[in-house]
Design a protein. Structure first.
Length: 149
């Protein structure tokens, strides 16, 4: 259950959420993305884009899917709201949605330096399966992580 938080909701992304999602991504993720990219991700798979809302949007998860596999493209929680179970709930609902749509496995890329995110995913059943050398624009490498549903 959610620690220290009662009134919040995870729901599908709506177009008007894009500015909040953009801000959280901008503040939380090293890579910078355009507003249009979020809309493209949404249009490609609307049910794979979820937001957590208290009064405002406090986090989101966005994925893509192809041929029975899904990929988590971004997951971020506003820094003032971390450690309250919001990231876990977003991930759980995303995986639930994947299962509902018959998806069999989920993968993601994470910076090799992002220890807390790697631990977060390992604690939720993901395994590191390979390394992408110099994957990010700043030259950092990524791990590919994977979970069977
Ligand atoms: C990774 C991330 C989405 C997790 O979201 P969250 O809402 O903090 O997640 P939760 O509260 O459900 O769980 C976080 C874990 O860290 C612990 N934690 C405690 N206090 C914390 C804090 N202040 N900040 C982050 N994690 C904290 C939790 O106990 C939990 O540990 P567990 O894995 O042993 O259960 C969030 O830290 C984030 O946005 N990070 C920056 C962006 C990022 O790295 N995204 C992932 C790569 S795409």
């Amino acid at each position: 259950m959610v620690k220290g938080l009662s009134m919040y909701l995870v729901r599908e992304f709506r177009e008007e959420d894009v500015y909040d999602v953009f801000r959280i991504a901008y503040e939380s993720l090293t890579e910078k993305y355009s507003l249009e990219l979020f809309m493209d991700i949404y249009y490609a798979w609307p049910s794979g884009f979820l937001v957590a809302e208290i009064k405002d949007i406090v986090g989101f998860i966005a994925g893509s899917q192809y041929n029975g596999t899904a990929r988590i493209l971004m997951l971020a929680v506003d820094k003032n709201n971390r450690g309250k179970g919001i990231g876990s709930l977003l991930l759980r609902k995303f995986l639930f949605q994947c299962k509902k749509e018959g998806i069999k496995s989920v993968s993601l890329e994470v910076r090799t330096s992002n220890k807390s995110a790697i631990d977060f995913y390992v604690n939720r059943g993901f395994q590191i399966i390979s390394l992408l050398d110099k994957y990010y624009t700043n030259g950092e490498s990524a791990y590919i992580m994977w979970k069977m549903l």
